[in-house]
Write a protein that binds this ligand. Structure first.
Ligand SMILES: [Fe+2]
Length: 268
């Protein structure tokens, strides 16, 4: 099966510029590229920071854009989001028993769990409270040994980034304890505004650039906190043998400087 991972839209009003860029323009280009090249994807998962200031108008803009995508979309909240405003606009999104934006999707024999790690202002960190943990624990039990894939905004571990590690999930040990004894294959997250991948306690993980502004790997390598680097979405294949994650820098993709007929048919 194939699905798409997108993160950190940071939507503002349609005409507004955020850190030199218009978030809605990148989102429009992203969705158009997905429609054109990946209309056969099982779903699109967007791992939070949907709106820069959690405003109703931004969620309405997102809802309008997603209405014509033609693919199921799973939305999560990040530290820039407002749970109340989100639920007001996306009133049909499934919630857990505590009203948190958490849902499950069973697809191709796998269990895909979409988590709510929003702690709330003024903190930008994440939090996974006992009632949210209870929901996750129940879902993991229900998975009954089937492969599980987790989606969340905040990473539950250090990603070796000076700034991001200060605002990761606040309660990583409690979170890690929940996963023991279950077949969690991969964690997809956002928040870092960077492409990051690796393995944590035997579980592979991947994260993506934002669709708007990025975070330089080395603080001070540019004179601003944020940087301009290519946005991307990920195309994820779950095969019988493992997981393949392609990051596609759709917004910067263009033909190479070469004749259109050069280098064709000579590779194999
Ligand atoms: Fe973000």
């Amino acid at each position: 099966m194939k699905f798409i991972h997108v993160t950190d839209l940071h939507l503002v009003e349609e005409s507004e510029i955020l850190w030199g860029l218009k978030p809605i323009e990148t989102l429009d280009a992203c969705l158009a590229d997905i429609q054109k090249h990946h209309a056969d994807a099982a779903f699109v998962a967007i791992t939070g920071d949907l709106a820069e200031r959690g405003e109703v108008a931004a969620y309405e803009l997102l809802k309008q854009r997603l209405s014509t995508l033609g693919l199921p979309v799973l939305l999560m909240l990040g530290n820039h989001d407002d749970r109340t405003n989100f639920k007001q606009v996306f009133s049909d999104v499934p919630l857990d028993h505590g009203g948190f934006v958490q849902q499950v999707r069973e697809d191709h024999g796998g269990v895909f769990l979409f988590l709510d790690t929003l702690k709330g202002p003024p903190s930008s960190a994440g939090l996974y409270t006992p009632e949210r943990r209870e929901w996750l624990s129940q879902q993991l039990d229900k998975a009954a040994g089937r492969p599980v894939y987790l989606f969340m905004h905040h990473p539950p571990f250090s990603i070796a980034h000076e700034l991001m590690d200060k605002i990761m999930l606040d309660d990583p040990e409690e979170f890690a304890a929940l996963l023991q004894g279950h077949d969690v294959k991969h964690i997809f997250f956002g928040h870092g505004h960077r492409a990051v991948s690796g393995v944590w306690r035997g579980i592979s993980f991947s994260a993506l650039p934002s669709l708007n502004h990025q975070l330089p790997l080395v603080g001070g390598s540019v004179e601003t906190v944020y940087s301009h680097e290519p946005p991307a979405y990920a195309v994820v294949h779950v095969t019988g043998e493992g997981i393949i994650v392609h990051n596609d820098a759709f917004y910067d993709r263009k033909a190479a400087t070469m004749p259109a007929d050069a280098e064709r048919g000579t590779w194999y």
